[in-house]
Ligand binder design. Structure first.
Ligand SMILES: [Zn+2]
Length: 464
């Protein structure tokens, strides 16, 4: 007996209630309401019905309204010509199971069969496949998310009990008019054959709907099928996101300025700098450098920061994080000679043993003379990783096709180190460039690139 109670509880929480709760609360794979200015989506369940559906189509046509019909497969199978008419008049057909049964009491395989059979009925009648599914009574079980394939689940933002004839057309109308608002997904019924419904209830619905369409049209609303509502909503969300991104970047650039002021960062070069730097004491684990000894705790190092204004400019133009990385490497390469010459004249940097930076993409940085070390694990590495990944996500364009694992590996933060002896060699390049610029206007931007154009490298020494 106890077992039965436990299993019943388990069944209801896992199989039925939990997914319903999750989908209703978070809108996961479920569309319920639009984010639009002047559109409303009318949806009709349980039909088609030989009496009421043709009347409904005539009413919708008069108001140039497009709607979505979630049909019961068995009803559609009996009247394919009606399905064709719905489709030909520009409305959308969705699936509402083959018989009007709740998914809670069906095995996942049965739900799948119900959906597939109805999908096939629609395809045979209209020639096109349905992309939308509304489970009876809006009840979803955990397997619906896994088993419905390409289908988008559509629920609703408002329903009115229009299946109850006693509600009356007048009261239904008043309830509906309260929901004359953009983005609403109205649930109505063009068929009263479902258990619990009254078979004549759709007659009231038609009266109330006419008033609703009349008032809505007067106020400039457009009645659209569900795919248009979903599309407009996605566009609006995208716009919101890009607004957020812009604000975030502005905020972050201001934070950087503050950071530079507080920690006395020096900029490399005069206009549009690629780097900033400061001299600090090294505080990590001792590190053996390939050429030129060992870096111990307390040794002076020059900490590099890539200029974030430049970084965001590059990232906004680049097609991918990798492309942004290659551009940044070139900037680094072009700025290194200038950094070398500046360090040679900076009294604070006299006793520095190495230059040091934390970067996301490090492949190929060795060709510039950097040694690459993994970031020692710990809180710093973890927060740096989160910060840099977030940064790349905000800055660069969405990459739908990139394999996320590969991409993540490519932007794993590392520590770059270059012994002072090496950076001093860059100073000669700088002197040579200065000589070359006499007589002709050679800028550092067009400096000859030793590493070539095809280096797949990211050298974003970032502020951390
Ligand atoms: Zn229904």
């Amino acid at each position: 007996m106890e077992n039965l109670v436990v299993w019943t509880l388990y069944f209801f929480s896992f199989y039925a209630f939990l997914p319903a709760f999750i989908s209703r609360t978070f809108g996961f794979r479920v569309f319920k309401k639009g984010l639009v200015k002047k559109e409303i989506a009318l949806t009709f369940d349980d039909g088609p019905d030989a009496v009421y559906t043709p009347k409904l189509l005539e009413l919708l046509a008069r108001y140039d309204a497009k709607a979505t019909f979630f049909i019961v497969g068995a009803h559609g199978e009996a009247q394919p010509e009606l399905l064709r008419k719905i489709h030909e008049e520009g409305h959308t057909l969705g699936i509402h199971n083959y018989v009007h049964k709740t998914n809670w009491f069906m095995r996942p395989r049965s739900v799948k069969r119900q959906i597939e059979r109805t999908c096939e009925i629609i395809r045979e009648a209209t020639g096109s496949r349905s992309n939308y599914y509304r489970p009876p009574w809006g009840i979803i079980n955990v397997f619906d998310f896994a088993g419905i394939g390409h289908l988008q689940i559509v629920l609703w933002s408002s329903m009115f009990g229009d299946w109850n004839k006693r509600l009356g057309a007048e009261r239904l109308k008043r309830k509906m008019l309260k929901k004359l608002r953009p983005g609403e997904v109205l649930l109505l019924h063009d068929c009263g054959q479902t258990p619990g419904a009254h078979h004549e209830a759709p007659a009231n619905m038609l009266v109330a709907l006419e008033a609703y369409l009349q008032e809505g049209s007067k106020q400039g609303y457009r009645f659209v099928a569900i795919e248009e509502m979903i599309k407009l909503t996605e566009q609006a969300k995208e716009r919101q996101l890009s607004w957020w991104k812009k604000s975030l970047i502005t905020l972050w650039l201001q934070y950087e300025r503050l950071f530079h002021l507080l920690f006395h960062l020096k900029q490399v070069g005069e206009e549009s700098p690629a780097f900033h730097y400061r001299t600090i004491s090294y505080s990590g684990h001792p590190i053996e450098l390939a050429e030129g000894g060992r870096l111990n705790k307390g040794d002076r190092v020059v900490e590099l920061h890539f200029d974030n204004r430049k970084l965001s400019g590059i990232a906004a133009e680049a097609a991918s994080p990798l492309a942004a990385g290659i551009r940044m490497l070139r900037e680094v390469e072009a700025a290194l000679p200038m950094l070398a010459s500046q360090l040679a004249h900076d009294p604070e940097a006299v006793d520095a043993k190495a230059i040091y930076g934390v970067t996301m993409i490090h492949r190929g940085a060795d060709r510039l003379g950097f040694e690459v070390f993994p970031l020692p694990s710990g809180l710093f590495a973890r927060t740096t990783r989160i910060y840099l990944r977030l940064l790349m996500r905000v800055l660069t364009k969405k990459q739908r096709n990139a394999k996320s694992k590969e991409r993540r590996k490519a932007i794993d933060p590392c520590m770059l180190l270059m012994p002072m002896s090496k950076i001093q060699a860059y100073q000669n390049t700088h002197a040579a460039l200065l000589r070359a610029s006499i007589g002709q206007e050679a800028s550092l931007q067009s400096a000859p690139s030793a590493a070539g154009d095809s280096v797949p490298v990211k050298g974003s020494t970032s502020a951390v």
